[in-house]
Design a protein around this ligand. Structure first.
Ligand SMILES: C[S@@+](CC[C@H](N)C(=O)[O-])C[C@H]1O[C@@H](n2cnc3c(N)ncnc32)[C@H](O)[C@@H]1O
Length: 412
């Protein structure tokens, strides 16, 4: 039992350190070029309310701000050197469905004038989803949708400041989306404030009766400064995911990753792809990785002003070999498998040997205790990722950024 703790603690710490050693510099962005093996992420930062559990960069929806955003993002796409085929395009947020179908179509059109798109997904806030909207998404070329249900409990959801949707509405839109040929993921959460284990068990029982193609269950993660605190301790959240996972398997759901359960072979998982692939990020706060760089766009006021002034500023960090290696390891563990064709450096190989010796890995799979390890590692990776906007400590010239921001926002 003691050795279990040492292995988990040791690898989490090493991983955390390799990420925490990433510092961003606010500067002109290195010129990107995307021409093979890449994905595209579009950040739509608008939401009707701010949910207390959500650490992602967002702004309250305002019509005028959205119009300025539309001009800037189309300009940003036009000015980016991209060609060939994009393996995926994901619209995330915020709530991308604060944009109308015409606005989404305009952004998709900007991409299509440069690249071919293999598959296209979008995150949706349920209260804004109608049959008409789903038809529009299909016509725009979307193939996958991801609906943020989180919990069916009205009390739990209202407490977070989020607007609720009823079970009936969710059932209707999921069934209609599937009948249109859209592939549907549903996000559920465990450990929201006031969401006890029985509420969570009931949430999963209910979502399983609607049969979305995929159910993703996120343990509550704490990133940067957040208003909410978890309602259930992390270890219990992991145990609950394991427990309901077994029940989901009886309903026909196979496990594709530590937090993903699907009816077939396909999956929707932007964060998994983003762990190891190069991608171009568009919109305020969007991440990109290319060449030797990790680049993050600034928040919306700076993003819009820079577009107006023809500037391309962002938070820039050099990729570090160690953090890339740990990400590759994390992705393998996230997939709950051991693949001996992966090349790892000595320090990661030693962990893998220890994991085999102490019964975390058996053959090509993770054992029961290996799965709990996978929860902890994945949560550590997400929580320790350096998000410059949410964690100003990881910007080495933060004062310069603030004075740049003040100058451009006060000038005409
Ligand atoms: C960008 S977010 C929200 C997308 C959309 N605006 C919505 O609210 O449905 C995507 C998903 O991240 C998950 N998420 C948000 N905050 C989280 C947190 N603190 N810990 C774990 N998962 C979280 C939620 O399941 C959410 O559906």
């Amino acid at each position: 039992m003691k050795r279990v703790g040492i292995i988990t603690k040791g690898s989490s710490e090493m991983m955390r350190k390799s990420f925490e050693n990433t510092f961003y510099k606010f500067m002109e962005k290195p010129e990107p070029r995307f021409d093979e093996d890449f994905g595209i992420y579009v950040h739509v930062p608008f939401c009707p309310t701010k949910c207390s559990f959500c650490p992602f960069y967002k702004e309250l929806f305002a019509e005028e701000l959205k119009e300025q955003y539309m001009e800037a993002i189309c300009g940003e796409i036009e000015e980016t050197d991209m060609e060939g085929q994009s393996r995926w395009v994901y619209f995330g947020g915020g709530s991308p469905n604060t944009l109308t179908i015409d606005e989404l179509g305009r952004i998709v059109g900007c991409f299509e004038s440069k690249v071919k798109i293999e598959e296209m997904g979008i995150e949706l806030l349920p209260i804004f989803v109608s049959f008409e909207y789903l038809r529009g998404l299909k016509e725009c070329g979307f193939t996958k949708i991801s609906i943020g249900v989180e919990s069916f409990s009205k009390e739990v959801i209202c407490k977070t400041g989020r607007k609720t949707s009823t079970y009936e509405h969710l059932k209707q839109i999921i069934e209609f989306a599937r009948s249109l040929g859209l592939w549907v993921n549903v996000d559920m959460m465990v450990g929201l404030p006031d969401q006890d284990s029985n509420i969570f068990r009931k949430d999963i029982q209910r979502i399983a009766t609607i049969y979305p193609d995929q159910i993703t269950i996120y343990p509550f993660m704490v990133i940067g400064r957040m208003k909410a605190t978890p309602g259930i301790p992390a270890d219990e959240q992991f145990q609950l995911i394991e427990e309901v996972g077994e029940r989901l398997s009886k309903n026909g759901y196979g496990r594709k990753g530590v937090w993903t359960f699907t009816l077939g072979d396909d999956i929707y998982d932007s964060s998994r792809d983003e762990l190891t692939e190069d991608y171009a990020g568009f919109g305020p706060s969007a991440f990109s990785t290319y060449g030797n760089w990790k680049v993050v766009n600034p928040e919306i006021e700076v993003y819009l002003k820079d577009f107006e002034n023809g500037k391309k500023m962002g938070f820039v960090a050099k990729k570090s070999k160690a953090s890339d290696e740990w990400r590759k390891f994390a992705r393998m563990i996230y997939d709950l498998r051991y693949d001996n064709s992966f090349e790892f450096p000595f320090y990661i190989k030693s962990f893998i040997s220890l994991m085999k010796l102490t019964g975390y890995i058996k053959g090509e799979s993770l054992t029961e205790k290996g799965k709990i390890f996978a929860h902890k590692i994945t949560k550590t990776v997400v929580e320790s990722l350096p998000f410059p906007i949410q964690k100003p400590d990881c910007i080495e010239n933060y004062n310069e950024y603030i004075s740049y921001k003040n100058t451009i926002l006060t000038s005409n």
